[in-house]
Design a protein around this ligand. Structure first.
Ligand code: ADE
Length: 270
């Protein structure tokens, strides 16, 4: 995967590419990256990259001209140009973009090259979006002070899906794989602060362990992200065994709720 990051703060991005698993992926040429400092394309003697918005309003906007020049330097083509086959997919990070999900990460991971445009201030001139941006992407319903951190989220979630970066079994079991969150896990010691590792995990019975882990994934997902289960059922992504287990967990949660209601009613009747 090739990433080009267009930013006013190259050092934030550089530090990420130089650390940990990412640094190894770069060393092994599984990942290539280029950082473009938008300020290098400023046109006035003050190297200005922002100005006040037409029509008034709070804050400043990033100027169109340095952004267009920076994008062109990264090989980006205008959307109305005919041959865009070998040009990067241009992703602009903004809180008003479409949500960044594991599905979108998987889609972007298929690209040969992505150019990530990081906004600062109140955003960028709309003409840049109209002319160059393929996807406006938000990493969540909150406002960050800049797009750099959001761009790093996109890079992190996509490069690890690329061939050779991680073992495929890690990817198959992690949260969101198969539409469910991950099951809880324990490591040594067997007892910590009086809390024991669940028996089944010490049993060595692999089929039971797998079933128990799937049940835990379902319980966790139903508790904190029930909409993922409903979406998965509607999209038909669960196999028959998983669907049965979902029904079983749902009804036992219902039973627990009924028992709690009975208990509360009994207490109130006292
Ligand atoms: N820039 C500021 N906030 C953002 C967000 N939530 N997602 C993407 N880019 C952003």
């Amino acid at each position: 995967m090739n990433y080009t990051v267009l930013t006013l703060f190259p050092e934030i991005i550089e530090s990420y590419f130089s650390a940990s698993i990412m640094a190894k992926a770069v060393e092994r040429s599984l990942v290539r990256y280029k950082i473009v400092n938008i300020r290098d394309f400023a046109q006035d003697k003050h190297h200005s990259c922002d100005d006040a918005p037409y029509g008034g309003g709070a804050g400043m906007l990033m100027l169109a001209e340095p952004l267009a020049l920076a994008l062109e330097s990264a090989g980006a083509a205008k959307k109305n140009e005919e041959n865009r086959r070998h040009t990067p997919r241009v992703v602009y990070l903004t809180p008003s973009g479409k949500p960044f999900t594991q599905g979108l990460a998987a889609e972007l991971a298929q690209e040969e090259e992505i150019a990530l445009l990081c906004g600062r201030y109140e955003g960028i001139d709309q003409r840049i979006i109209d002319l160059y941006v393929d996807d406006e992407v938000s990493v969540g319903d909150y406002v960050l002070s800049s797009g750099e951190v959001a761009a790093l989220c996109v890079i992190d979630a996509t490069y690890r899906l690329g061939a050779g970066v991680l073992r495929s079994e890690s990817l198959a079991e992690e949260s969101f794989a198969g539409g469910l969150l991950e099951y809880p896990q324990w490591t040594r010691p067997e007892i910590f602060m009086g809390l024991s590792v669940p028996e089944v995990l010490l049993s060595g019975h692999h089929a039971n362990i797998r079933k128990w882990q799937l049940e835990k994934r379902i319980e966790k997902t139903l508790a904190v992200r029930p909409e993922l289960i409903e979406r998965g059922l509607a999209e038909g992504i669960f196999d028959a065994g998983t669907r049965l287990l979902i029904e079983k967990v749902k009804s036992s949660v219902g039973d627990d709720r009924n028992r709690t209601d009975d208990l509360l009613n009994a207490i109130q009747a006292l």
